[in-house]
Write a protein that binds this ligand. Structure first.
Ligand code: PMT
Length: 401
């Protein structure tokens, strides 16, 4: 199944079939998906948020904010997070509101702002389902790309028998998997990107070198995410132990100078660049052809500046997208803003070594997006999730043009 590692947002509305939403959440979690649940107020009458939260392993969203502490539940963030939004059960009322863009609860505002594939599993009495208005609403939703999992025939809560029972959770799970398989977000189809990743290596002699702690994980995750959205990606990589991401062309380099040449040769014809590599700012001015022998006393190595790869792209950027990183240990925001201007980035992804779990090596990062419009900080999350945020930024950048 295509659900492993996917973010599935389950919407639950007020129907007796809400109990099946609990089983759906369990099926999705079992398949390795991360699940969040948004419920309408009416849904809470049929199944408790506690049940849903326990099964989803995440808190439930009902209101726009938590009345206890004012914590804002952003429908935009929920929609951005999701790879698929499935509303099961979907009542006639919710389907009608979706069809007409009514946004009077968190579930509906999330639907209107979601960029991911959306699926509905209707559940209602047979006469409501066969009513022409419901049919028209479903046809309208289908015409804007909403996937519909038809209800089944059988005994209904009213005691009547007919078509209107929500499809079984196992079947809906299969349909979500198929939907994701077929409708991977190809939002960057036809776009060409350069991504730099990993550490550069600056030789002192044939034995020793200067480098840093970058493993390439962050940059590789970005390359993979961009490629999964249909972009043609060339990954210019310093030394790493990572396998080449699927669908990505990889060019291996060692020094900052080599990385500069590789990037410069490919920038023309690209739509965007993501500069994630930890590039040495200095390299030994002379590289000894033989192993430097130790002698009495200290020694000094004279260093010279390396080319600033990102700044050189920024200088000839035009209307292309250029994203850079800032790895800081102090005065984070000020330094990131300086880099935004000096290197002519559209976005600086700031990560600080003062944040536990951020930066080099691990699978997580904690970043702040710094743009000319302001700053937005995100929680500690998987590098793959940071990569998605960056790809989503690229999506919206190209939508502007
Ligand atoms: O690889 P991982 O272990 O997953 O770690 C990820 C990371 C910490 C390396 C990554 O998240 C990160 O922060 N990368 C940028 C590291 C860095 O060199 O930052 P900087 O603030 O020194 O550089 C600013 C920007 O200019 C960066 O986009 C950098 O790629 C670029 N640069 C810097 C120097 C140079 N000579 N040429 C450049 O292009």
């Amino acid at each position: 199944m295509a659900l492993k590692g996917k973010n599935i947002l389950v919407g639950v509305t007020g129907s007796i079939a809400a109990y099946k939403a609990a089983i759906l959440v369990r099926c999705l979690v079992k398949e390795g998906a991360s699940v969040r649940v948004v419920m309408t107020a009416a849904a809470k009458e049929f199944i408790t948020p506690l049940t849903m939260a326990t099964l989803a392993k995440n808190p439930i969203y009902v209101e726009f904010f938590n009345p206890e502490n004012g914590d804002w539940h952003s429908h935009v963030s929920l929609g951005e997070w999701a790879d698929c939004f499935v509303i099961a059960p979907a009542t006639a009322n919710t389907l009608a509101k979706m069809a007409y863009g009514i946004a009077d609860n968190l579930l509906l505002t999330t639907y209107l702002s979601a960029r991911c594939p959306v699926m509905v599993a209707p559940a209602m009495d047979l006469d409501m389902y066969s009513h022409p208005t419901t049919g028209e609403n479903l046809a309208k939703l289908a015409s804007v790309g909403v996937a519909i999992v038809e209800p089944e025939e059988g005994e209904l809560a009213s005691g009547l028998s007919g078509k209107g029972r929500m499809a079984e959770p196992e079947y809906i799970t299969e349909q979500i998997s198929k939907l994701l398989d077929g409708a991977e977000k190809k939002t960057l189809n036809g776009r060409r990107f350069i991504v730099t990743a990993g550490a550069t290596i600056e030789p002192i002699d044939p034995v020793r070198y200067i480098t840093n702690h970058s493993t390439g994980k962050m940059g590789y995750a970005i390359a993979e995410e961009l490629a999964s959205r249909g972009a043609e990606v060339t990954l210019i990589s310093g030394r790493t132990a990572l396998p080449t991401p699927k669908g990505v062309e990889r060019v291996d380099v060692l020094s900052a100078e080599e990385m500069y040449e590789a990037v410069k040769a490919r920038w023309e014809g690209c739509d965007g660049g993501v500069m994630c590599a930890a590039v040495a700012d200095y390299t030994p001015a002379e590289v000894s052809p033989v192993k430097v022998k130790k002698s009495e006393g200290d020694m000094a190595i004279r260093l010279r500046r390396t080319p600033d790869i990102a700044a050189s792209l920024g200088a000839v950027k035009g209307d292309r997208l250029l994203i850079g990183f800032a790895l800081e240990t102090d005065h984070e925001e000020e330094n990131a803003q300086g880099k935004l201007e000096r290197k002519n980035f559209d976005l600086v992804v700031l990560n600080s070594l003062r944040d536990k779990g951020a930066g080099f090596g691990g699978d997580t990062n904690k970043v702040t997006f710094v743009t000319r419009d302001g700053m937005e900080s995100f929680p500690l999350e998987q590098k793959s999730d940071v990569a998605r945020r960056i790809a989503a930024f690229a999506d919206s950048f190209f939508k502007k043009f």
